[in-house]
Design a protein around this ligand. Sequence first.
Ligand code: ZN
Length: 97
Amino acid sequence: MSLFIDDNLEQHSDGSVTCRHCSHLVGDAAAPMNAARVTETAPRTAGPSVREDAALFADRPIVFRRTFCPECLTLLQAEIVPGDEVSSRHRSLIVGA
Ligand SMILES: [Zn+2]
């Protein structure tokens, strides 16, 4: 049995997580995107709605972080976050005790 985490990720009964578009392994139940490809660019590259320099509002470096399937390059996640922090967004079907 497998379960859809979202439109792009599927978790299987063995805990593996694959891309729903190409079935490539992208992670496991504990870290669904640990094998995904990550790029970081300036926040302005997110689009025309992000115009101002992030340094005007934050003391820390801010990045536009995108996470892709390493095989078909489907965008799995996009976020504008402090560059010195790991992603705080998580997807998992694990139920904590
Ligand atoms: Zn894929």
